[in-house]
Ligand binder design. Structure first.
Ligand code: C2E
Ligand code: MG
Ligand code: MG
Ligand code: MG
Length: 276
């Protein structure tokens, strides 16, 4: 009996693996087709100064619908695009599209910056700076319109290789943010060498904020780190007024989250900005 059960489990496991592999390769070929057929879209989430309530930036967030017209989370399709190398062309499309849309945004709010997520593979591509400067040139925009969000996984932050690359990007005027700060596994020893401009507090550190632990949480410590190392700090995932007030009281500069606005399609963002 035990043997029989063991066998059936084995079979179940195998078919599941085969299913997963088939799903992945189907999704991958769909992803490739989607890029050719311009099936990706971008949504934009406002980034707000916590003191003045002014919109200082918007973050471009990629969206994809598969053939069944189901919305697939970027947490699923971005890693797949990364593993397959498709992220290089997808990432380039995102840059072009986001900077193109920034013109419409700047008609209403002239100093708003566009924040674009850049994956590790993109950042480590030897052509990355060229891709960025070409996208800026094509849009007729200067580097200070753009904020590039990288994560700790791009390599050893503070290392010569990464810092040289960041320095070249900064020469273009581009702003650099460390996304999901505190969720990676790198040490903090790089902070004094880091030529980034901004730390983004991951939403997991914001969602656990409550009146009881306020003042002794991780978000609070990241704000203090930012102050110490002269880095701007922005919190993501602000969903409540309590979180907003606590972050503001701690001296966090900026924030984004559902409490201000969900990510919006460009037309809705333009309306939202006009109403502000
Ligand atoms: P991220 O860059 O850390 O983006 C923040 C995520 O939090 C977004 O999820 C956003 O929609 C969501 N969010 C914003 N405000 C709130 C809030 O108040 N509450 C909650 N619960 N969530 C909030 P999304 O759009 O699903 O993106 C997930 C991740 O996928 C992003 O995390 C980013 O790492 C990646 N991603 C999205 N677009 C791109 C892209 O164009 N290129 C690359 N390389 N990665 C992207
Ligand atoms: Mg981001
Ligand atoms: Mg983030
Ligand atoms: Mg995140």
């Amino acid at each position: 009996r035990a043997k029989k059960k063991g066998v059936s489990q084995l079979v179940y496991f195998n078919t599941r693996m085969v299913d997963e592999l088939r799903d992945r390769s189907m999704m991958l070929s769909e992803l490739k087709e989607s890029l050719d057929n311009q099936m990706f879209t971008l949504m934009y989430q406002p980034q707000v100064d916590l003191n003045t309530h002014q919109v200082v930036g918007v973050e471009a967030l990629c969206r994809w619908r598969n053939k069944q017209n189901e919305q697939v989370s970027p947490d699923v399709f971005i890693p797949l695009a990364e593993q397959s190398g498709l992220i290089l062309s997808l990432g380039e499309w995102v840059l072009h599209k986001a900077l193109d849309d920034l013109h419409r945004i700047r008609c209403i709010k002239p100093f708003v910056r566009m924040a674009v997520n850049v994956s590790t593979l993109q950042f480590n591509d030897p052509d990355f700076e060229k891709v960025v400067s070409n996208a800026l040139a094509l849009a007729g925009l200067s580097g200070n319109c753009l904020d590039i969000e990288i994560t700790e996984s791009v390599g050893v932050l503070g290392s010569v290789e990464v810092e040289e690359k960041l320095a070249r990007l900064k020469k273009l005027g581009v702003m650099i943010s460390i996304d999901d700060f505190g969720t990676g596994f790198s040490s903090l020893s790089y902070l004094d060498k880091l030529s980034a401009d901004q730390l983004k507090i991951d939403k997991s550190f914001v969602s656990c904020m409550n009146p009881i632990n306020s003042g002794s949480n991780i978000a609070d410590m990241i704000v203090a780190l930012g102050r110490k190392f002269h880095l701007n700090v922005i919190a993501e995932g602000i969903e409540t007024e309590e979180q907003f007030n606590a972050l503001k009281a701690q001296g966090c500069h900026q924030g984004q989250g559902y409490w201000f606005s969900k990510p919006l399609v460009i037309d809705d963002l333009v309306n939202w900005l006009e109403q502000k």
